[in-house]
Design a protein around this ligand. Structure first.
Ligand code: SAM
Length: 258
């Protein structure tokens, strides 16, 4: 049986793409990752494997989830609220990353600003804060998107992302993730509402304005996937500029630079 965290990591996350992309967005030689709203801290564990001399600090409210992958001395796990559980000076990082739309866990602008100020105070010189969000014409539509993933032993995992509620007047959305595992058409496992999130869907300009107000001298926007990856695995990413064409439905990284 696959646990709901196995299914989530298989279908929702892609740390092997996120690690090189975050390094390139930083632009230097970042060593320390701060993974806030870390969930299972899968990104932190891969970061310390892939980055020479790398360390990570992973923070989440949920102790059991945070410890899914066991202990690694290079990954410091802190159970608590991202706004208060870490201390500037002691838990500083080169990149602080908030993935899979978790910035939406902060529902009010006051909460968002308090968090961004705290995150900025933990960044080393040259450090970047990076979070993702989705937007575009379809952002406040309700409905579902399905995607299939395959396991090494030929099971199909059908992943459904459902936007169940969406209120363009408050910016609040409810998103639910469902999984179904089958082998040759025979269903082995179903997990309806494996994860349900009630988020504030922050727009790109709302996030940039809040970052500026929180003291980031500059902000930029990147696609959530690299522009290109060459044969040696080098990743290329340039900011999306105002006036560039964006999809009707897009996912981007919003970046605050120190
Ligand atoms: C959507 S999951 C994201 C997991 C991970 N970032 C990823 O990329 O898959 C959101 C996580 O945020 C955590 N969380 C929500 N509010 C939090 C807070 N104020 N402080 C710390 N963690 C929080 C939840 O426990 C949950 O694990």
């Amino acid at each position: 049986m696959l646990s709901r965290h196995d299914l989530y990591e298989r279908c929702v996350q892609s740390p092997r793409h996120a690690v090189p992309l975050l390094r390139v967005v930083h632009g230097g030689q970042p060593r320390v990752l701060g993974e806030d709203f870390a969930g299972t801290a899968a990104l932190s564990h891969l970061w310390v494997e892939r980055v020479e001399g790398g360390r990570a600090i992973a923070v989440d409210l949920d102790a059991e989830t945070l410890h899914t992958h066991g202990d690694d001395p290079r990954v410091l796990k802190i159970v608590g609220d991202v706004r208060t559980a870490t201390r500037p000076g002691e838990h500083d990082a080169d990149v602080i990353f908030v993935g899979n739309f978790s910035i939406g866990e902060l529902h009010t602008r006051d909460q968002l600003l308090a968090y961004l100020r705290h995150a900025r105070s933990r960044l080393n010189p040259g450090g970047v804060f990076v979070c993702d969000t989705y937007g575009g014409e379809t952002a406040f539509l309700v409905g579902s998107v399905e995607r299939d993933h395959w396991t090494d032993d030929d099971r199909r995992v059908r992943y459904t992302w459902e936007q169940r509620e969406a209120d363009p007047l408050t910016g609040m959305v409810v998103n639910a993730l469902h999984f179904r595992v089958d082998r040759g058409g025979e269903v082995e496992q179903t997990m309806h509402d494996a994860f349900v999130y009630r988020w504030r869907l922050w727009s790109v300009p709302e996030l940039r304005d809040a970052m500026t107000e929180a003291g980031f001298p500059s902000t930029e926007v990147h696609d959530h996937v690299p522009d290109a990856v060459d044969d040696e695995g080098n990743v290329y990413a340039t900011p999306i500029e105002s006036g560039d064409e964006v999809d009707a439905s897009f996912i981007v990284l919003v970046v605050g630079r120190t």
